[in-house]
Design a binder for this molecule. Sequence first.
Ligand SMILES: NC(=O)c1ccc[n+]([C@@H]2O[C@H](COP(=O)([O-])OP(=O)(O)OC[C@H]3O[C@@H](n4cnc5c(N)ncnc54)[C@H](OP(=O)(O)O)[C@@H]3O)[C@@H](O)[C@H]2O)c1
Length: 288
Amino acid sequence: MATRPELLITGAGGQLGQALLRAAAARGGAAVGLGHAELPVEDRDRVRTELGQHRPRWVLHCGAWTDVDGCEADPARAERSNALGTAHLAEACLELGIGLVHVSTDFVFDGRRTTPYLVDAPPAPLSAYGRSKWLGEQAVLRHGRPDFHVVRTSWVFGIGGKNFPRAILARARSGQPLRVVTDQRGRPTFATDLAEALLDLVGSGAPGGIYHAANQGECSWHEFAVAILAAAGLDQVPVGTMTSAELGRPAPRPAYSVLDTQRLDTVRGRPMPHYQDALRRYLQEELR
Ligand SMILES: NC(=O)c1ccc[n+]([C@@H]2O[C@H](COP(=O)([O-])OP(=O)(O)OC[C@H]3O[C@@H](n4cnc5c(N)ncnc54)[C@H](OP(=O)(O)O)[C@@H]3O)[C@@H](O)[C@H]2O)c1
């Protein structure tokens, strides 16, 4: 009989899914990664079949439609992928006695605060993406299971991913002028560090519920762009400023979405590294 894997990772082709597969392998754990095509979570029957076949101890749910402006244009698809799909996983996990970690987002908050969001701060999403992720959270939390977790994170960048550092470096190298928004603040998060934190959480026996996970430090997107260029040795490239209104993206973003990570830091006995440190490690890998 095949060994029962410890972990099953959805959205395994994405930034976090890939980082989790690497981190689990480095720890010597058995993990199965299923990409979007292998497990489209909005398909209830496929979810039940795959989970029933693999019978992992934990599902780490990283699959999501993360195109925030795409979600705004097609909220029904966002809901199918991010809310209904998560509900299917929660039901199947409940039935099969599997623990569940649903990775969620800082975009469940409206960004009107000026101090970090605690895990029990009331969500008030501004965008279709944020609403669909919040519905997904509720589909997990409503079961009140001690091994069902919602882990909100923010501003994720991972090796090989389509992300902000990659976009900034490409733009800087193309010689085109660079202008970045100053009126959104958050906490950048390296997928590699987030993966370690998630593995620690599932190994900890910590109570079910909401956790926040992000690298230490906070910045605006403009400050983050300046840090990326400095870390890549491109600090001679000028970075102009702009407002979110000038950028005019279809989906509204929270102006302030700094997550308070204390609950998870306490479980792990340490915070995640500072984002500047994470950025150096990311660039070392990415520019190799
Ligand atoms: N990226 C961020 O800045 C950020 C910030 C906060 C929270 N998060 C959350 O963190 C998690 C991981 O994000 P990430 O950065 O790794 O995103 P990502 O790189 O976009 O990866 C998401 C993966 O999910 C897959 N996927 C999309 N729809 C799916 C579906 N219906 N069923 C199964 N898989 C599906 C995607 O496949 P295709 O590409 O083939 O569609 C992709 O491989 C997500 O839950 C996201 O909401 C991300």
